[in-house]
Design a protein around this ligand. Structure first.
Ligand code: SF4
Ligand code: SF4
Length: 300
């Protein structure tokens, strides 16, 4: 069983309890306009360009058989993304890091070899493996196989998910899953559709089904001008309250501006360029509203 992985992040402290290894899978069934991992949105491998590292050696021009790389007027390299077929030949020959492919095909054993390097840390800290993305459920068989391999190896398991997949995808994972961290980004269906490209009816229905079956954390990424208001957070808190204490805690995730360079590297427009995470005063306001959920609130 093989999957497409964008990154394996060891010693992660933000993707669940304890010290964890987070495996980021490629592909997403939403397209949140603020996504800080835009390289995970599409299923296929993609070329990322960092022109600031280019020394104009021309190796990529020779390597490209598709006419996507050419000599630029300024003596540098002119890139035509519309001609690029993501073969990776140019990145293989670029030794400065100016070109890199996002997405590596890996087997379950390959991933587990990396994951098991930190097995002692998981035991001592209460950590484990977290499968994230993109959207982990866009590669459901691979995610399932990884969770089962981790469970067999005695490693605690978690997923981060937008909860949009069919319920039977989640149901199949439950026997090997210790924790789900799910996002509710907006309570209003039309606003959810506007900002993520998908409605939220299935998200909410799945969240209600999974809470109580396994330990569940609900999270909302706080995006400036989208949902950083009492009006946006209050109905999500009410939804969580309606789940009747089946949620471990409600976490407000501050906007992460680190994705900006990735948008540039992929030649994508970033709608939230220059946006800042909520300041202390707004955090305090949102925490107060979130406490209406009747569960502990964290800001991360
Ligand atoms: S191979 Fe890398 S460093 Fe050389 S010209 Fe191409 S992008 Fe620049
Ligand atoms: S990934 Fe392949 S097609 Fe795209 S620019 Fe590089 S060599 Fe050319």
């Amino acid at each position: 069983m093989k999957g497409i992985v964008t990154e394996i992040q060891r010693f992660s402290l933000k993707d669940g309890p304890g010290i964890r290894t987070t495996v980021f899978l490629k592909g997403c069934n939403m397209a949140c306009k603020w996504c800080h991992n835009p390289e995970t949105l599409s299923m296929g491998r993609e070329l990322m360009r960092h022109p600031e590292h280019c020394i104009s050696c021309g190796a990529c021009i020779s390597a490209c058989r598709h006419g996507a790389m050419a000599s630029g007027r300024d003596g540098g390299v002119a890139f035509s993304r519309d001609k690029c077929v993501s073969c990776g030949a140019c990145a293989d020959g670029c030794f400065t890091g100016a070109l890199a492919m996002s997405g590596t095909e890996m087997g379950v054993d390959d991933v587990m070899r990396e994951v098991m390097q930190d097995a002692d840390y998981y035991r001592n800290s209460g950590g484990g493996i977290t499968i994230s993305g993109g959207e982990a459920m866009c590669q459901p068989e691979f995610a399932d196989a990884l969770l089962r391999a981790a469970r067999d190896a005695g490693v605690s398991t978690a997923i981060e998910t937008n909860m949009l997949a069919d319920w039977n995808v989640y149901e199949r994972l439950l026997p090997a899953l210790d924790l789900v961290m799910l996002d509710i980004k907006l309570a209003c269906d039309s606003e959810h559709r506007r900002w993520t490209g998908a409605g939220n009816a299935r998200v909410l229905a799945n969240a209600a089904k999974i809470a109580g079956r396994i330990p569940t954390i609900i999270r909302t990424p706080i995006i400036p001008g989208v949902n950083d208001s009492a009006e946006a957070i209050s109905p999500i808190a009410s939804f969580i309250k309606g789940l009747g204490g089946k949620v471990e805690y409600y976490e407000l995730l501050l906007y992460n501006p680190l994705g900006e360079g990735k948008y540039r590297a992929l030649g994508m427009e970033h709608l939230f360029s220059g946006a800042k995470p909520a300041g202390e005063e707004r955090q305090a306001l949102l925490r107060k509203v979130a406490e209406g959920a009747g569960v502990p609130v964290r800001i991360g």
